[in-house]
Design a protein around this ligand. Sequence first.
Ligand SMILES: *Cc1c(COP(=O)(O)O)cnc(C)c1O
Length: 224
Amino acid sequence: MSSIADNLKAIRTTLHPGVELVAVSKFHTADAVMEAYRAGQRIFGESRVQELIPKAAALPADIRWHFIGHLQTNKVSQLIGYTAMIESVDSLRLLTCIDRESERRGVVTRVLMEVHVAQEETKSGFMPDELVSYFAQGGFNSLKATHICGIMGMASNTDNIDRINADFAEIARTFQRIRDAVPESALRGFDTLSMGMSTDYPLAIDHGANLVRIGTAIFGERQY
Ligand SMILES: *Cc1c(COP(=O)(O)O)cnc(C)c1O
């Protein structure tokens, strides 16, 4: 079996400059994170609050933690302050909650809006049109302590490459529609398109992803 450091090195050679890598460490140990850290990795992704917080407390302070799972509003107050980015904002209720809590704590939270294009009903996120309207109507102007940096999406969980291509194309199109709908001066720093996982990230990059989230291809299979 290849080491975490070898896996990281192999993946990095396939990423163009400008594409950032989130090493998805959910369900993997702090030792595994440290191995990746020693190989130079600094951005890690976690999907559960109760896993991210103890890891963040135990591991080096210069790690940038990305939250990528479904976030319940009742967990927001615990999480604020620990993340470099919350990639999975899937409702306005959650966004409002993040904003309120961030303001209360005197921090600015960086987030991505999650867009839902995949076939699975179980996946969460905004429908593309809904998200474009939110931005076109300037909904983000009322945020006080939240910086929306872009969008995140997932392709359908399938071997059908045409389907995956269509999903990434739609996520990328949604990103572009938002940028076209809002003047750049009103939406500063909206530049992150997070899509692509272990099996499909090269395709996501072809569609313009500049942040990819890779777990299994770095750390191996997860033990749930
Ligand atoms: C688990 C997860 C990943 C990583 O998936 P792999 O297939 O292990 O690379 C990426 N994004 C999200 C949102 C995830 O939940």
